[in-house]
Design a protein around this ligand. Structure first.
Ligand code: SF4
Length: 353
């Protein structure tokens, strides 16, 4: 039995029963792959069913206004995924008559489709022999081949893609790929990998050398600058909370947040830039982006915010906030200020290119 055969046999016996596996048509598979990026399976489950009910085909999504799409995505976070999926659905309608193309090159040309998404959807839904490499697969392959270098560096990255390609060159590439992802999620976990349950244990170089848990080795990232943001938690006469929509371009484009601005320091008077007057002690939350960290200082405030730094403002009752496409920092800030909101994020799939 080849390694890929062993993976497929293990996968068939041990895979979790998930809705997109029960219905491996291209559109549900695509939606699931996008939703699972950076988000845990348990968080995706309710959204997946609702989203497909609302947008059962690419054409249905393509025809919807972007605000409806973002509202259906509200709570999942990382809204750029929803924008790309919407745009890609429109391209599928224009270029492919509404059918997800059974053609890796055509699929890879759609908005938001990188090498990972292309490999996942084209292998699972159409049986193309293409690899996937996400954070889970990276860990499994780093250990299997005892890759000691930082897997984000170009040479080891190529080696990992090659190893993934060799495995996916199989009669059932979709199952091989899902087996690798499942193995990383459930057996070859970051800490305490359960090697005795692993179908790859006999040939695993890291296990043989006793270094499994130490891999993959990642170099520390450069320190990110911290930017101060001053924001106001203000309510209208009906106790609804004022939120403001960010510009359509740039960081967190088009999402809703507490009215606020980036500022040189945390002085409450910076709230005047968004038309508010604040006071008291600030509640401070931090939020990390790839290249910077925001330290958001939230003051209790009064007044009606202006649109000087935003495209719209709106007062929203607390119970309706979960239906709004809120930024991650806004969610943290609202929670820290005692507003009850559901948690949504988690370490899900991290597609690698
Ligand atoms: Fe991971 Fe252990 Fe399997 Fe190697 S044997 S791939 S370290 S679970």
């Amino acid at each position: 039995m080849s390694r890929a055969d062993e993976l497929v046999a293990w996968y068939r016996a041990h895979r979790r029963d998930l809705p997109w596996r029960r219905d491996p048509r291209p559109w549900p598979v695509w939606v699931s792959e996008i939703m699972l990026q950076q988000t845990r399976v348990e968080s995706v489950l309710p959204y997946f069913a609702r989203f497909l009910e609302r947008f059962p085909t690419p054409a249905a999504l393509a025809a919807a206004p972007i605000d409806d799409v973002l509202a259906a995505w509200a709570g999942l976070g990382y809204y750029r995924r929803a924008r790309h999926l919407h745009q890609a659905a429109q391209q599928v309608v224009e270029r492919h008559g509404g059918e997800v193309p059974d053609d890796p090159a055509a699929f890879a040309a759609l908005a938001g489709v990188g090498r990972y998404t292309c490999g996942a959807v084209q292998s699972i839904a159409f049986g193309h022999r293409l690899p996937v490499l996400d954070g889970n697969v990276e860990r499994v392959l780093c250990r299997l081949h005892r890759v000691e270098e930082d897997p984000r560096a170009p040479a080891p990255r190529r080696r990992l893609w090659d190893a993934a390609s060799a495995l996916a060159d199989h009669a059932h590439p979709g199952e091989v790929n899902q087996a690798l992802m499942e193995l990383g999620a459930t057996v070859c976990t970051p800490r305490s990998p359960r090697c005795l349950l692993c179908p790859l244990q006999a040939g695993c170089a890291a296990r043989a050398a006793g270094v499994a848990e130490a891999l993959p080795r990642k170099a520390k990232r450069k320190a990110r600058p911290t930017i101060t943001v001053v924001a106001g938690l203000a309510r209208d006469a009906d106790d609804a909370i004022w939120v403001a929509r960010r510009p359509d371009d740039g960081l967190l484009a088009g999402l809703w947040e507490l009215p606020g601005v980036e500022a040189p320091d945390a002085d409450v008077r910076h709230l005047a830039a968004v038309g508010l007057v604040g006071g008291g002690d600030a509640t401070v939350v931090e939020h990390g982006f790839t290249h910077r960290i925001w330290a958001v200082h939230v003051y209790r405030a009064r007044g009606t915010p202006t649109t000087a730094h935003h495209t719209a403002v709106r007062a929203v009752p607390e119970h309706a906030l979960p239906t709004l496409a809120l930024t991650g920092p806004a969610l943290k800030a609202l929670r820290a200020c005692g507003v009850a909101l559901p948690h949504r994020r988690g370490a899900g799939r991290k597609p690698l290119s």
